[in-house]
Design a protein. Structure first.
Length: 135
């Protein structure tokens, strides 16, 4: 994930943050599908690939959100930080689904969370785009 974060930092100097979020989300979704439905050898590669590409998502989401409002950044960032609670509930949901239908099906729930992150890349309207070398 550290390498993914560093690569994301470099990519943000060349590509708009929304595009980085979209690309990373799509690759993470595809890697999750390969990890769940591919061979065990493919899963050994796909799970680290997921970590590599999700490494930049949280910071980009927070940045896009705060950059999409003109005031009340303190209150809004407090609301955004409550999103960390999702990190506590999602594993329970995955586990509950896994107990009833199997772990593979439970892990498919993560596709929904990644699709939501992907949607942020499309509907976020930042007031100022991140500065890239092409700007």
């Amino acid at each position: 994930m550290t390498l993914g974060t560093l690569l994301g930092l470099v990519l943000l100097k060349f590509i708009d943050s929304r595009k980085v979020l979209i690309i990373n989300s799509i690759i993470s979704i595809l890697a999750l599908l390969v990890a769940l439905f591919g061979t065990s050898q493919q899963a050994l590669i796909a799970f680290p690939v997921i970590g590599f590409f999700i490494a930049t998502m949280w910071s980009i989401i927070i940045s896009l959100a705060l950059n999409s409002v003109s005031d009340s950044h303190g209150s809004f960032s407090g609301i955004l930080v409550t999103g960390i609670i999702g990190g506590a509930f999602i594993p329970f949901i995955v586990g509950a689904i896994g107990d009833v239908f199997g772990l593979k099906t439970g892990l498919l729930f993560l596709i929904l969370t990644l699709l939501f992150i992907l949607s942020i890349g499309f509907w976020a309207k930042p007031l100022i785009n991140n500065k890239t070398f092409s700007n």
